[in-house]
Design a binder for this molecule. Sequence first.
Ligand SMILES: [Zn+2]
Ligand SMILES: [Zn+2]
Length: 138
Amino acid sequence: MKIDGSCYCGYITYEATIDPGYIGICHCTDCQTFSGSAFRTDALASKEHFRLLTGEPKIYVKTADSGAKRAQAFCPHCGTHVYSAAPNDPQVFSIRTGTARQRSQLIPTAQIWCRSAQAWAMNLAPMKQFPKQPPVSQ
Ligand SMILES: [Zn+2]
Ligand SMILES: [Zn+2]
């Protein structure tokens, strides 16, 4: 499936062909911190199917518990987390689906690192829902 996307400010843009058969939610604590949220969602594109069109991402290389290193790519201007990949000669890019124009079609197929999932994040349906920002009085 062809997708294209950008960071929030538009400095970084990309296009990719992703495998819709694996779109993952990661509940690991590193992803919670990097995303500033409860989990991240990724789609995978092989290197020949991922192309940065504009911009130069800022790279932060994190080291996992396993010792594995992973390059995290952010927009240097607006901070949007765009993708992660191996630090050297990456073969696969893990694209943050919230940056894709087609994000509503990128429906996760699997959840990983569920042992560190925030319990509430596993069941959002019962919470109060508002179509937009609720009035301050509520
Ligand atoms: Zn940006
Ligand atoms: Zn993770």
